[in-house]
Each structure stands twice: as structure tokens, then as C-alpha cells.
Design a protein around this ligand. Structure first.
Ligand code: 2OP
Length: 305
């Protein structure tokens, strides 16, 4: 276990991440930082008091400034402000950059897992502002998108979700790339079990996964699956598991792409991103990944920090 993990943001995603981290005892102390007075303190106290029932000794602490977060070995960034009418992308990036600056100052050695949207651009802002190497700035999206894909596939095939092995690459948005060619059900290629029309429907539902939930909640977005996805990545890092998971990583030539964050297969271990693993893709998947990366590039170009 680590000594200290900080979660920036005590909203639904942040607070659920903190609770899951504590339940898995991934750190001695989990710090939740949020600008709203009383919110992180109240939620942290409540979570800490669930320890005797859930059986964890992790201390959860809430704060409104980053002093308590000092020296964290790992930071999960869920905070950020949503774009409001009249706000430009630059306003958005600047405000989010302000959050990240605090991290650079107080947690200079931390591995940062970024969750805030727009995900791929926020990863880039974090890397730029902190100057941290790519090993220490990783984005969460692929694990979530893959979980949605696996859930829908398991439902269609009528098997356990545990039997579905899959990976979704690309940016976290409409252009994400579920890899049908590498999706198996207990080793059986999924195309042998589901017809093309069903697979296409599932791919589309995966792409719309976040929006489908916003459609139900109206004033909020998903947080149970996103927080589970973050904690799977954190666990891989803390326990040095060398897990191969789809994450947003800074590419330097892998898949023929450079200078952007995009979802690719990543090995996660104690140092953070250990390796981007290059695999053979079907021609349409490679083209889709390139298209997705172009879109991330356009979003990055539209932002000045
Ligand atoms: C999601 O996909 C909002 O990015 C979040 O649910």
C-alpha cells in the first residue's frame, strides 16, 4: 500500500474513488481535496467511519487546500469545471491548469491519473503544466469504455462479464475504437458468436455510453463505473501488477502517432506507465485510431494554456 493518495474533487466521481481506494486499503491515507467548504471534510469523515464495518484502516481526510496532500505518491484528478455557456475552451483549460499547478507544487513526485473531461486534452494540460514525464501522467477512459463494451457483449452473448476479454482504444468520445478483432469470449472470437449488426449496435451503444447515462440522470454523469475504472488502474500501479489496460497515454511514435494523448494498450506498474504495447490492428481499426487521434489533435490545437 502507498502512504498517501490524493483525490482532487469530492463530487460523485471523486468521492466514490476515495471510498473504493479506502475499501481496498491502497493507501494509509486518502486525501480528498475540493474547493467547496465542508464538502470534502464531511464526506471524508463519513467514509472513514465506514472503516470498522467494511474492515479497512485507511484514514480518509478532507481538505480545501493542497497542504494536506503534500507528498502524495499518487493523485487522481477528477476535478475540473464543466464548460458553461459563454466559456471558451481556453477558459476551461486555464481553470483546469490552475488545479494542476497546485499538484506540481505540492506533489512533485506523484503519478497522476487524470479523469477530468475533456479527457485527452486534460491529460495534455496536466503533462504540460507539471512537466512530469509521460510515465507519471496517465488518463482513465479506456478501462471505462471497455467495461461498458464488455457489459453489453456479455448481455448479448448471455455469458458472465468475466468471460469477455476486450479493449477499446482511441480518444474518449465519439471516435473511440472498440477492437472487435481482438474481442473474445473465453478465447472464442466474438464474431463467431454475434452477427455484424448486433456488434455494430453494441459498438455504437459503447460510444454513447456516457451520454446514455447523462440522458437518464439529466443533471449529472456516470460515476460508479468511472470510479471502478480509476481504482483498477490505481491498484495495478500500487500493487506493481504490470497489468495491460487501455489508458490514455502520451504517444511518441507508437501506432504511428506522436505528440498527443490517445487510448492505447498500456502496461501499468509501480512507476506508472511502464510500456505502450503495440499490437496488430485490423486495417479499419488502425484507420479509426488515426481518425480518433486526429480529433484529439484538433481539440488540443483549439486550446491555449
Ligand atoms: C463518461 O463517459 C462522463 O466521461 C464520462 O461517462
Amino acid at each position: 500500500m502507498l502512504n498517501k493518495i490524493t483525490v482532487v474533487g469530492a463530487g460523485n466521481v471523486g468521492a466514490t474513488v476515495a471510498q473504493r481506494l479506502a475499501e481496498q486499503e491502497l493507501a494509509r491515507t486518502v486525501v480528498m481535496v475540493d474547493v467547496v467548504e465542508g464538502l470534502p471534510q464531511g464526506k471524508a469523515l463519513d467514509q472513514w467511519q465506514s472503516g470498522p464495518i467494511e474492515g479497512f484502516d485507511t484514514r480518509v481526510v478532507g481538505a480545501n487546500d493542497y497542504g494536506v496532500a503534500a507528498g502524495s505518491e499518487l493523485v487522481v484528478v477528477t476535478a475540473g469545471i464543466a464548460r458553461k455557456p459563454g466559456m471558451s475552451r481556453d477558459d476551461l483549460a486555464r481553470t483546469n491548469a490552475g488545479i494542476v499547478k497546485q499538484l506540481k507544487q505540492h506533489c512533485s513526485q506523484a503519478i497522476v491519473v487524470v479523469v477530468s473531461n475533456p479527457l485527452d486534452v486534460m491529460c495534455w494540460v496536466t503533462k504540460q503544466v507539471t512537466g512530469f514525464p509521460r510515465e507519471r501522467v496517465i488518463g482513465m477512459a479506456g478501462v471505462l469504455d471497455t467495461a461498458r463494451f464488455r457489459a453489453f457483449l456479455a448481455d448479448a452473448v448471455r455469458v458472465s462479464v468475466e468471460d469477455i476479454d476486450a479493449m477499446v482504444l482511441g480518444g474518449h468520445g465519439d471516435t473511440m475504437v472498440p477492437l472487435i478483432s481482438h474481442t473474445t469470449v473465453s478465447g472464442i472470437p466474438v464474431a463467431q458468436l454475434l452477427d455484424r449488426a448486433t456488434l455494430d449496435q453494441i459498438v455504437q451503444r459503447t460510444r454513447d455510453g456516457g451520454a446514455e447515462i447523462v440522458g437518464h440522470l439529466k443533471t449529472g454523469s456516470a460515476f460508479y463505473a468511472p470510479s471502478a475504472a480509476v481504482v483498477q488502474m490505481v491498484e495495478a500501479i500500487v500493487r506493481d501488477k504490470h497489468r495491460l489496460l487501455p489508458c490514455a497515454a502520451w504517444v511518441e511514435g507508437e501506432y504511428g502517432l506522436s505528440g498527443m494523448y490517445v487510448g492505447v494498450p498500456c502496461k501499468l506498474a509501480r512507476g506508472g506507465l511502464e510500456q505502450i504495447v503495440e499490437i496488430e490492428l485490423a486495417a479499419d481499426e488502425r484507420a479509426a485510431l488515426r481518425k480518433s487521434a486526429e480529433q484529439v489533435n484538433e481539440s488540443m490545437a483549439a486550446v491555449k494554456i
